[in-house]
Design a protein around this ligand. Structure first.
Ligand code: PGA
Length: 262
């Protein structure tokens, strides 16, 4: 069984005080019974990794970054390496988020270099893929996703693939309040799993977690997470408030509990 993975992407929000307060609020409650059976991570802005890491040390909440550069060190002004993120005790790094692809022009090739670099230092990459509204209207969703998967995961061995997480985030659903329907999401998740299966075989593809992201809230989380190939969620807006983030974790936890009881 795939352990559900709920990750918060805090993006470029909050000041230091607000960020630390959010981490404290999460840490206080995460041990409660209603949040059991779920892997939880938070990805604050890099300048707050140290402060949030200090708050979360010794808790079950893992620390993640929102991006990294593919080289370990050198003359790369403004960049941060995976090795540095490891120094902050990061476990995860979000790679190829649509805001980086579309606002900052990141390509599949760059994402791929970063995926390899992250795995080299034992960081778990959360590799994001997702179609734009135009691509969906043109009925090119699956084609675009397959292209992003093969480009972003080029020359990745099965052993390496077993250490990644994929996040399907339709660009039109991010921050818009308009989540994909469960059918739309499951259809793409199934296609992603199929693509992974054709590359890495049944055994590996059945263990890779595929998160859904895009306007996930406590009130739509259960329905989305109950789909066969949806193994967690990457949360933006709703992860900025402890109550709504915890509400989503509780939904994942209750589904995981029901699955184990079966
Ligand atoms: P959202 O963002 O939950 O605010 O839609 C999701 C994401 O960008 O990861």
């Amino acid at each position: 069984m795939r352990v559900p993975f709920i990750a918060g992407n805090w993006k470029m929000n909050k000041d230091r005080e607000g960020t630390v307060k959010l981490a404290q609020d999460l840490k206080e409650k995460i041990g409660n019974e209603e949040y059991k059976g779920v892997e939880v991570g938070v990805c604050p802005p890099s300048v707050y990794l140290h402060a949030v890491g200090a708050e979360l040390a010794g808790t079950p909440i893992g620390l993640g970054a929102q991006n990294m550069y593919h080289e370990d060190e050198g003359a790369f002004t403004g960049e941060i390496s995976g090795k540095m993120l490891k120094g902050f005790k990061c476990k995860y790094v979000i790679l190829g988020h649509s805001e980086r692809r579309h606002i900052l022009g990141e390509t599949n090739h760059e994402v791929c270099l970063k995926v390899h670099a992250a795995l080299n230092v034992d960081l778990t990459p959360i590799v994001c893929v997702g179609e734009t509204l135009l691509e969906r209207i043109q009925e090119r969703t699956i084609e675009v996703i397959k292209e992003q998967i093969s480009g972003s995961l080029a020359v990745l061995t099965a052993e390496r693939a077993s250490r990644i997480v994929v996040a399907y985030e339709p660009v039109w659903a991010i921050g818009t309040g308009k989540a994909a329907t469960t059918e739309q999401a499951q259809e793409v998740h199934k296609a992603i799993r199929g693509t992974l299966k054709s590359r890495y075989g049944e055994e590996i593809s059945s263990t890779i977690r595929i998160q859904y992201g895009g306007s996930v809230k406590p009130d739509n989380a259960r329905e989305l997470l109950s789909q066969e190939d949806i193994d967690g969620a990457l949360i933006g807006g709703a992860s900025l408030k402890a109550d709504s983030f915890l509400g989503i974790i509780a939904a994942a936890s209750s589904l995981a509990g029901e699955a184990t009881a079966k």
